[in-house]
Design a protein around this ligand. Structure first.
Ligand SMILES: N[C@@H](CCC(=O)N[C@@H](CS)C(=O)NCC(=O)O)C(=O)O
Length: 209
């Protein structure tokens, strides 16, 4: 059976939601990132990157959210979590890749994990400050993308999951959410889906804190 290693509220939330949307059986294994379980030898043995998500499939292990989300969506194309049309599909993947690489990997990581970007503590303060500004600039881009739309693409799909995660992380950073009404409304729509509500309950998290 497919297995997901995740941490509550981490970017692995997206893969967790897709697994629940698919409706096929899966197992989850929870890691506590704050106590450093992701760096324990037993986990590094299966994922040398020391991060979540990690998907364990019959074919082997898979890391990187963008690839995991596309792989899972393609495992049941009839559900339509990734558009079939090549252009639409590329647009959805472009959005997911930007969320994963730039918004998460640069902006949020600069705030949450400044030590990745600088050894020096004074430099880390500057990295965090820049990250705080970049988060707001990136959220403003997502806000524009969502304006007047229900979903990132024409239908709910994998492209809608990072905005939900970012809405939660932004609240935790103290971002003034009133500045991002489209993002807040979109996250509320996503959270209303029964699969998402189940996953939030399982992970023990809320979207606004
Ligand atoms: N590029 C990876 C990033 C994965 C990642 O950074 N995950 C975070 C949680 S959101 C993590 O495991 N952090 C643990 C650490 O940095 O020690 C992806 O998109 O899957």
């Amino acid at each position: 059976m497919i297995k997901l290693y995740y941490a509550p509220g981490a970017c692995s939330l997206a893969a967790h939601i897709v697994l629940e949307e698919l409706g096929t059986p899966y197992e989850i294994v929870r890691l506590d990132l704050t106590s450093g379980e992701q760096r324990k030898p037993e986990y590094l043995a299966i994922n040398p990157k020391g991060r979540v998500p990690l998907l364990v499939t019959a074919q082997g292990t898979l890391t990187e959210s963008a690839a995991i989300l596309a792989y899972l969506a393609d495992s049941k194309p009839e559900i339509g979590l990734l558009p079939a049309d090549p252009w639409e599909r590329a647009q959805a993947l472009s959005f997911v890749a930007w969320c994963s690489g730039t918004v998460h990997g640069v902006a949020f990581a600069s705030v949450f994990r400044a030590a990745r970007f600088a050894d020096d503590e004074t430099a880390q303060v500057a990295v965090r400050e820049k990250g705080q500004r970049d988060v707001r600039l990136n959220l403003a881009e997502i806000e524009k993308r969502l304006a007047g739309r229900e979903w990132v693409m024409n239908h709910f799909g994998i492209a809608d999951l990072y905005p939900l995660i970012f809405r939660r992380w932004a609240a935790r950073l103290g971002v003034e959410m009133a500045d991002f009404p489209e993002l807040v409304a979109h996250a509320a729509r996503v959270a209303k889906r029964p699969s998402v509500a189940r996953v939030l309950a399982t992970e023990g998290i809320r979207i606004d804190a």
